[in-house]
Design a binder for this molecule. Structure first.
Ligand SMILES: Nc1ncnc2c1ncn2[C@@H]1O[C@H](COP(=O)(O)OP(=O)(O)OP(=O)(O)O)[C@@H](O)[C@H]1O
Ligand SMILES: [Mg+2]
Length: 647
């Protein structure tokens, strides 16, 4: 059982996270912890495991000997051992095994007098090893690793070779396999795909201990939880039942709160009016004073209506060429593991593409290559004209420098924006007042995502590459972000597990499957439908058909490559001219602003012949800029048409 009594905590900056919080989770309970980003869910969990000391109040675990497993939201580093070794160490198997071995040796070496004692000690060690499941541990671990999407043989790889998302799965596997009495999970589903998520859900349904999990994932919460605790500013509300029950009950309570808040507002208005009216009447002084006190003490009822939400709208994009990206025969391997190969594809302006695939298929790897963060082993990745890509990595540590403050992350970007504009932008992402001086390292998961999104908006871009951008966002923020993406007028490639959302958003689906990229036109439902049809066809297809299918496929690929070659050849001279025109415009613009600057200088203004010469040059430069800009537009149009096959 976990008992939280009268917990209060205020951070150094003066922000109160809890005041007098009470909560009890019975043994074997399954409690979901929810609430908006930055409200204090992670902080509460860290207080439960003793990583944060509260200002007052206490946390009591009973029995006191209960073992606790904690999965942090942000990644902890893993020791420098192989994956299997890590799991064995975590579960206490390594130690138990070593003890058993020692006891075996002692038993073998024992004299007849000692043998009884040695035998007893050996039996104890064997019993402990058995209790921990030592004999079947490797088999159990491999099963769990498979469930979490690891490949055959991964258990012998060193932990440090895995990427961030996989390290988090290793940590999760380590926790589950050590069977703690109390399991605390902070957003465990963030780095899992649908299949691993289902595996985890099954595992947790069989788990006998006490579980507390934070999650914004409705399906996960619905399947597992028996009660939901909602954190709100300063306090907690506990609801019996699963997540859907909670939503229903909280809706009702919300309506009631709104009524109460309206009543309260009316009351406050009345009191204020009284104070105003009788403020200067000596006879009423005492009553006025007491009402002022009442007013000061009144705690304003918080409602949805007065809660703040992130405001996000993508500004119109600077236009790019018709072809945004060309991948030609791209491949990537990590060591002996070939992630994908022969990836050739093109993205056109305005397309919204969902990139899907099972665990470890290489979605993040491909998006990193597309964004330019990572090199492919073979092949080329080429961006089109005026394509300004921006990348949101699944790992927040790649989007943000944890050593900076919020302001230090934002301020150096985009010199065309004033400080006031930057502050306003931060404000609409809910970083206001002193929040902007917080170190990035203490931000909550959702706050880090919000800051990464704010950074994306700082510079003009027209090609968003987003790797699981909604993971840490709470439900309201997620919804707002999705609305903003629907209205986005640039080109988008997004990795996401949110099927409902992908269905609304994407008009094309890329699936990485068996090391190849499969391209499907249409939305996500259409993709599922086509996949099912393909699977059925694959089952009935004869070998002969497969052969012809393959060679037809090859022909198609060859044609496609030829077509791209031809386009490249035809637009080459225009592209070269475009570059020349562009640099002329840049040069002339620099010259123009220099002339304008000179024309403000008193010593220049005093010399009329110089003024005249400068004026002449100014009008020539302006004309050149105009001509070149017009040519630039023409060239862009020509290139566009060639790319579309219209010229
Ligand atoms: N050491 C610290 N100093 C100052 N502020 C902190 C510190 N640690 C956390 N905070 C702030 O406390 C608030 C609560 O953070 P916490 O990580 O508990 O939120 P959360 O509910 O888990 O949010 P999310 O859903 O985004 O993960 C946030 O505003 C965070 O910036
Ligand atoms: Mg958190």
């Amino acid at each position: 059982m976990i008992q939280i009594k009268d917990l209060s905590l205020t951070f150094a900056g003066g922000r109160t996270i809890f005041s007098g919080l009470n909560w009890q989770i019975d043994t074997g309970g399954r409690a979901g912890l929810v609430g908006p980003n930055g409200i204090g869910k992670t902080t509460l969990m860290r207080t439960l495991v003793g990583q944060i000391q509260p200002d007052s109040g206490e946390v009591i675990l009973s029995p006191a000997s209960a073992t606790v497993g904690y999965l942090p939201q942000d990644l902890a580093e893993l020791p420098d051992v192989t994956l299997m070794q890590y799991l064995k160490d975590k579960a206490g198997i390594t130690a138990a095994e070593a003890l058993l071995k020692t006891r075996q040796e002692q038993l073998a070496a024992a004299s007849p007098d000692e043998s009884e004692r040695a035998l007893r000690l050996h039996e104890e060690a064997a019993a402990e090893y058995e209790r921990l499941g030592g004999w079947s541990f490797e088999a159990m671990s491999k099963k769990a690793l498979r469930g979490l999407g690891f490949h055959e043989g991964d258990d012998q790889k060193p932990c440090r070779e895995f990427s961030g998302g996989w390290k988090m799965r290793i940590t999760l596997a380590g926790l589950l396999l050590s069977h703690p009495d109390i399991l605390l999970l902070d957003e465990p589903t963030n780095h899992l795909d649908t299949e691993s998520m289902e595996w985890l859900e099954n595992w947790l349904s069989d788990y006998r201990g006490t579980l507390v999990a934070i999650s914004h994932d409705r399906i996960f919460m619905d399947k597992i939880m028996k009660s939901i605790a909602e954190l709100h500013s300063g306090g907690i509300r506990v609801y019996k039942g699963n997540f859907s029950d909670y939503l229903r009950a909280s809706e009702e309570q919300k309506a009631q709160r709104e009524q109460a808040a309206a009543r309260q507002q009316a009351e406050i208005a009345k009191t204020k009016e009284f104070i105003e009216r009788f403020r200067y009447k000596a006879t009423k002084a005492a009553q006025v004073q007491s009402r002022i006190k009442v007013l000061e003490k009144t705690e304003i009822i918080q409602t949805e209506a007065n809660a703040k939400h992130m405001a996000l709208r993508f500004p119109p994009c600077p236009q790019s060429g018709h072809i945004v990206l060309t991948l030609e025969n791209v491949s990537k391997a990590y060591g002996a593991h070939q992630v994908f190969s022969g990836v050739s594809a093109q993205i056109e302006r305005g397309q919204k593409i969902a990139l899907v695939g099972v665990n470890g298929a290489g979605k993040s790897t491909l998006s990193r290559i597309i964004s330019g963060r990572e090199e492919s082993d073979t092949g080329t990745r080429e961006l089109g004209y005026h394509v300004l890509p921006v990348f949101f990595s699944q790992e927040s540590s790649e989007n943000l420098n944890y050593a900076n403050t919020v302001w230090q992350e934002i301020n150096p970007l985009n010199q065309d924006m004033t400080e006031a504009e930057k502050r306003t932008l931060l404000g609409s992402f809910l970083f206001s007042g002193d929040d902007i001086y917080k170190p990035v390292s203490v931000l909550s998961g959702g706050e880090k995502s919000r800051l990464s999104l704010a950074k994306i908006l700082m510079n003009p871009s027209n090609f968003l590459i987003l790797d699981e951008p909604t993971n840490h966002l709470d439900m309201v923020t997620r919804e707002l972000f999705q609305q903003a993406l629907l209205a986005y007028d640039g080109t988008l490639l997004i990795v996401s597990h949110d099927r409902f959302f992908l269905n609304q958003l994407a008009g094309r689906v890329w699936e990485i499957r068996d090391g190849k990229l499969h391209d499907y036109a249409g939305n996500y439902s259409r993709f599922i439908e086509l996949r099912e049809r393909e699977r059925a066809a694959e089952n009935t297809q004869s070998t002969a058909k497969q052969q012809t299918g393959r060679s037809a496929d090859r022909d198609k690929k060859r044609e496609e490559a030829q077509r791209r070659q031809e386009i490249y050849r035809r637009k080459k001279s225009y592209v070269e001219e475009l570059a020349r025109v562009e640099s002329t415009v840049t040069d002339r613009e620099a010259e123009k602003s220099e002339i304008e600057k000179q024309l403000c200088l008193p010593e220049v203004l005093a010399d009329s012949s110089r003024v005249q010469a400068l004026m002449k040059r100014l009008s020539e430069t302006t004309a050149e800029i105009e001509q070149n800009t017009a040519r630039w537009e023409e060239l862009m149009e020509i290139i566009d048409k060639i790319e579309k096959g219209e010229l």
